[in-house]
Design a protein around this ligand. Structure first.
Ligand code: ADP
Length: 295
């Protein structure tokens, strides 16, 4: 065990002590790697398996908002969401402790069932777009300030924020930023408005797990009431979702014709998040989309 691992191990032991009320014997300890700077482990004790992630405490309220987002999804009762044990701070580190979702096998109708469940989650609506707290998308803050119009919310609270940040950080040029401004003018005629739908908010295959019944379980949400087409579009960005998922979704909660053509517009948001988090590798795709829809 390296010194660093030893230190992390002791940190995990303090979290277990604080939350289980005694110092359990750690039976197994396994690191997990997510998309972010957070460190994570699966830890096995006599009580069961837990998933604990932590960071240096430099992202204010990150785990508090993740715990709340998990709770919002869990309250719908639509699908498995790991139960949060606690979140807190020990010395300079912040952590989030939850149940570990065991993924021993997948049911044969896993994807169909998932499609139906997501369609039902999206039926949870609200008077306005947004949420009563802000959260994070990856390591970036995501504002959920309420707005009445879904397309306006997508422009103001999603695209404008990311394009503005990218310009500020010199990740995009003034010229490209101006193209975003032109697109905002056109967007209301390109994407349909819809009722606010409760979204997971970061639905790529890395956040799609399996529960102990062999059905879907979702982790790492960045939820808000938004346009459900934006969520479905994001599922196509890195792939991994089967056709039966989309068919089942559509049967339960149909989407308007022409969705396939609109996918790139919605994916400008996750693409710009990636530009801001990981750099220019995603810019080509952004430029192509802007060019296509501004012609
Ligand atoms: P990050 O916020 O750093 O992206 P994630 O919450 O996405 O971290 O966790 C990283 C990975 O750990 C996920 O992609 C998933 O594979 C796994 N994971 C996350 N939460 C759980 C959980 N409760 N049970 C089992 N595995 C999990």
């Amino acid at each position: 065990m390296t010194f660093q691992t030893q230190e992390q191990y002791q940190f995990i032991e303090s979290i277990l002590f604080e939350n289980l009320g005694h110092q359990p014997k750690v039976l197994d300890f396994q690191f997990f790697y997510g998309g972010n700077f957070n460190l994570a482990v699966k830890v096995t004790v006599a009580e069961g398996d837990y998933f604990i992630k932590w960071n240096q405490g430099d992202h204010e309220e990150m785990f508090a908002s993740e715990a709340r987002s998990l709770q919002v999804l869990s309250d719908t009762g639509v699908m498995s969401i790991p139960k949060v044990i606690n979140h807190g701070k020990i010395v300079d580190k912040e952590y989030l402790m939850m149940e570990f979702l065991t993924a021993s096998y997948k049911q044969a109708n896993y994807w169909q069932d998932f499609g139906q469940k997501l369609a039902n989650l999206h039926k949870h609506s609200n008077a306005q777009f947004g949420l009563d707290f802000n959260n994070y998308i990856g390591a970036l803050r995501q504002s959920n300030e309420w707005m009445e119009d879904g397309v306006a919310f997508f422009i103001e609270k999603r695209l404008k924020v990311q394009a503005g940040l990218a310009l500020y950080d010199r990740k995009i040029s003034e010229e490209l930023h101006a193209k975003f401004n032109q697109l905002y003018e056109k967007l209301p005629s390109l994407i349909p408005n819809d009722k606010p739908a409760l979204l997971h908010g970061d639905l790529w295959s890395g956040n799609v797990m399996t529960d102990n019944q062999g059905f879907v379980g979702l982790v790492d949400p960045a939820c808000y009431y938004g346009l459900r087409e934006a969520e479905l579009a994001f599922t196509t960005m890195f792939g991994g979702f089967e056709t039966s998922f989309y068919e089942a979704y559509h049967e339960v909660n149909p989407i308007e014709n022409g969705f396939g053509d609109r996918i790139p517009l919605y994916n400008l948001y996750p693409l710009m998040v990636h530009v801001n988090l990981f750099g220019g590798g995603y810019l080509d795709a952004v430029e192509k989309i802007l060019k296509k829809f501004l012609n």
